[in-house]
Design a protein around this ligand. Structure first.
Ligand code: ZN
Length: 419
């Protein structure tokens, strides 16, 4: 059996791993590097593509398979949300002057190729999927072929959040010959969830005391819905005072309908409500001119490099009463949020200006940290472990921690292994 790392090795982005046996050839994820767009050099002679979850760095390249007959395997929720994210990808690329040769009929074809089954057999290969935490619909993939067992984690977490349970370790098969595991936060041990949430609310309250604005740049899929529930609940229970609060993202709005539709996949408190993602204190808003200040605003993009979050970042950053709360742990080096946080400056067409607002990074992601990753490996007991989906410093730090429990390899893109 051959394993080829097409993308996502030594990097966060473009996840795609090819597994080839005597009778079958499958891809584990088919993602893009979001800043680069589609990758046309990924193999297309595939029997199946397994999509662990809808994030575009795991699913975006599916557009290039629309005219073929490769079977796409993933959960129903992943299918529906991937379709929305692909529509948005085409729109965003067009706005950037890049007309992709795809339209709604290609998205429909991708839906037709999709098989949302938790178990499936290909010639000489059995595939099973297991819930992975991380985001709505996320799965791990387990392949059995030629007497060999491969577990691919995709992105996952063990910890619960306000709306979604983390991965249940009891459900995952033990002692695979090969584990291919994400390592996004392989070198990071984060404070407890409770401490992070406390710090998050304290930062908002500080800005509210000064009648300031709070900008929370957030990703449209999952983190936005989770954030809106967090703020809405805090305002209903009195943890936060009443304050203007807005959710501004057309894409997030579209995706939220699936969150209501698939409410049974969330925690019990969500399942019990008829329309759980209908917020009472948080309003959906389209235009910046309708914001009544002071306000708490959740908006896209998550890195502040485009859209409403960029607009408000540049408007609010020079006032010391305002707060900007980054909730992702990973930030591209050149993003405006990175500049605002680390260098305390922002660049406009007219030059640079100083950032006076309080800029905090409080990581509330759906990824396992080092403690969770080590626990996963020590429980699952794989023979050999490939670390992917992480920068080299994160993967190396994790390797040191699990070296004694499993043979660890940090592959590079386009590297081939026979197992
Ligand atoms: Zn992800």
């Amino acid at each position: 059996m051959d394993i080829m790392f097409q993308g996502g090795a030594g990097e966060v982005g473009g996840s795609c791993i090819i597994v080839k046996t005597e009778n079958s050839k499958v891809a584990l994820d088919y993602g893009i590097r979001v800043e680069e767009g589609l990758s046309y050099d990924a193999p297309k002679d595939l029997d199946a593509v397994i999509v662990t979850h809808a994030h575009l760095d795991h699913s975006g390249n599916l557009l290039t398979l629309a005219d073929g007959n490769t079977v796409i395997i993933g959960s129903e929720a992943t299918r529906d949300i991937t379709a929305e994210l692909l529509v948005d990808l085409i729109k965003v690329q067009r706005a950037n002057g890049n007309n992709l040769p795809y339209n709604q009929s290609d998205i429909n074809k991708i839906r037709e190729l999709w098989m949302s089954r938790e178990k499936l057999a290909l010639p000489g290969m059995d595939i099973s999927l297991y819930p992975a935490g991380h985001v709505l619909g996320a799965r791990m993939a387990y392949l059995e072929s030629e007497g060999k067992k491969i577990l691919y984690t995709g992105d996952f977490c063990l910890h619960d959040t306000e709306i979604l349970n983390g991965l249940n370790l009891d459900m995952v098969p033990r002692e695979p010959g090969v584990l291919i595991m994400e390592s996004t936060y392989g070198g990071t041990i984060r404070p407890s969830r409770k401490e992070l949430i406390d710090l998050f609310f304290r930062s908002i309250l500080d800005a509210m005391d000064k009648k300031g604005n709070v900008l929370i740049p957030t990703f449209a899929f999952h983190r936005m819905q989770e954030m809106a529930v967090r703020i809405d609940t805090a305002m209903k229970t009195g943890l936060l005072p009443r304050y203007n609060a807005y959710c501004m993202s057309g894409l997030a709005n579209k995706i939220t309908q699936y969150f209501n539709e698939y409410r049974m996949l969330f925690k019990e408190n969500i399942q019990e409500q008829k329309i759980p993602f209908k917020y009472e204190r948080v309003k959906n808003l389209k235009r910046a001119k309708d914001i009544r200040e002071p306000a708490v605003v959740m908006c896209t993009s998550g890195f502040g490099h485009a859209g409403m979050s960029r607009e408000l970042l540049f408007e609010w950053a020079d006032d010391e009463n305002n707060a900007i709360i980054i909730n992702t742990g990973y930030l591209p080096e050149d993003s405006p949020l990175t500049m605002a946080k680390d260098k305390r400056i922002l660049e406009t067409d007219d030059g640079w200006f100083d950032v006076k607002a309080d800029v905090k990074q409080i990581e509330l992601s759906g990824h396992a940290d080092q403690t969770e990753l080590v626990r996963f490996v020590e429980t699952i007991k794989p023979k050999k472990t490939f670390l992917v989906h992480g920068n080299s410093d994160q993967a190396s730090a994790l390797k040191e921690k699990i070296d004694e429990s499993t043979e660890v390899i940090i592959p590079e893109n386009h590297e081939d292994f026979t197992v």
